[in-house]
Design a protein around this ligand. Structure first.
Ligand SMILES: Nc1ncnc2c1ncn2[C@@H]1O[C@H](COP(=O)(O)OP(=O)(O)OP(=O)(O)O)[C@@H](O)[C@H]1O
Ligand SMILES: [Mg+2]
Length: 363
């Protein structure tokens, strides 16, 4: 029997994918090169085209433009079952009248594998998803998370070249979701199977994915590692969709001692070492993470603010500050005895921590 483990991953390349439903464009000019064996998350708000793109890769939907390549093959003309793509949806549709074992063996039997071999593979897959003891049960006798594991085993049993997951954890509660996330990541690594995971949960994407494609209104705004997306967002949408970002509006100019300076609305300035991705002078919006900002006594080179609230949050202190223009800003500092602790009502100066990134976008 063929080993279920280590079907070497294949790369998946989407070239200028476009999809238009009657009346509306759902996916526009999406080009993505998904390296073999990686887990890539399609992350974005509801309605941005994630499921549409996944269905195009699966062959469940024929795109109106562009091509899909899986491995060396352009698969646009191939039906789903000839693409080698295995799909798990949010609502794990197991066959209710079949045992767990029969559910997992189903795809193999349908492909003409004999009963004994199909059963052996089914048991192997069930043990991989840690459900080996549940083979004789029926789906109704399982919890949601267990059913989802069986659905995953059933999909993996036919050895897909590419695993496509559409919000597979959405129906699970928080703890079960975390277990399943770890499980899927483990199996995906073990098998080296190229995986596309659709999610609108940024934490899920950040923790599971090797790379994230952030989608917005049918387009991919950034495709990069979770760290790069967090530290160097390419657009204002990405900066605000991922993590927390303080937005500071102002005018960008070259600083006196190299670098840049943003004269902020409401008075004061923020000094920046770099001003990517937009380095043009003029109206800009700076997106800075709470942990990338620092507090000090007010000075000429800082942005004046007043402490409104101090929240001790585990190992951190979160300051909520009021700026001259009436906007609030959040700053996170380590709860460290060496750092001066400010109190509500204190006047402070805000600056960007040395070496910290901040995104600068055309305002
Ligand atoms: N069969 C369809 N016919 C017409 N329009 C559709 C169809 N399916 C989806 N759409 C539209 O296409 C756009 C993208 O839908 P899609 O399901 O891909 O979004 P999504 O990112 O998966 O959203 P969610 O996170 O809510 O699942 C939406 O505006 C949606 O209304
Ligand atoms: Mg969807």
């Amino acid at each position: 029997m063929q080993s279920p483990v280590r079907a070497p991953g294949v790369d998946v390349v989407l070239d200028q994918i476009h999809h238009r439903y009657a009346g509306a464009t759902a996916v526009e000019s999406v080009s993505l090169a998904i390296p073999a064996g990686e887990l890539v998350a399609l992350l974005g708000p509801s309605g941005c085209g994630k499921t549409t793109l996944l269905r195009v890769v699966a062959g469940l939907l024929r795109q109106t433009g562009g091509t899909v390549r899986i491995g060396t093959e352009i698969v646009d003309a191939l039906p789903t079952n000839e693409r080698g793509a295995g799909i798990v949806f949010q609502n794990y549709a197991l066959f209710p009248h079949m045992t767990v074992e029969a559910n997992v063996a189903y795809g193999l039997r349908a492909r003409g594998v004999d009963a004994a071999a199909a059963r052996a593979t089914a048991l192997e897959m069930l043990s991989m998803v840690r459900m080996a003891d549940y083979g004789k049960r029926y789906p109704r006798e399982l919890s949601g998370g267990q059913q989802q594991r069986v659905a995953l085993a059933r999909t993996l049993a036919v050895r897909p070249r590419v695993l496509l997951l559409d919000e597979p954890f959405a129906a699970l509660d928080k703890n079960l979701r975390l277990d399943m996330q770890i499980e899927i990541k483990r199996i995906q690594r073990e098998l080296g199977i190229t995986t596309l995971l659709v999610t609108h949960d940024q934490d899920e994407a950040m923790s599971m994915a090797d790379r994230i494609a952030v989608m917005h209104a049918g387009r991919v705004e950034q495709f990069d590692t979770p760290e790069a997306i967090y530290d160097r967002p390419a657009t204002l949408f990405v900066a605000t969709f991922i993590g927390t970002a303080n937005l500071l509006a102002g005018r960008l100019a070259a600083g006196d001692q190299g670098g840049f300076s943003v004269a902020c609305e409401g008075g004061g300035a923020l000094a920046l070492e770099r001003a990517a991705p937009c380095s043009r002078s003029g109206a800009v919006v700076v997106a800075a993470r709470p942990e990338h900002l620092a507090l000090a006594a007010p000075s000429e080179y800082t942005l004046p603010a007043t402490v409104e609230m101090v929240l001790p949050l585990g190992p951190s202190l979160v300051y909520e500050l009021l700026l001259g223009n009436g906007r609030t800003v959040k700053v996170t500092q380590p709860r460290n005895a060496e750092l001066h602790r400010y109190a509500a009502g204190d006047r402070v100066g805000l600056s960007l921590r040395p070496g910290s990134p901040a995104g600068v976008f055309a305002g």
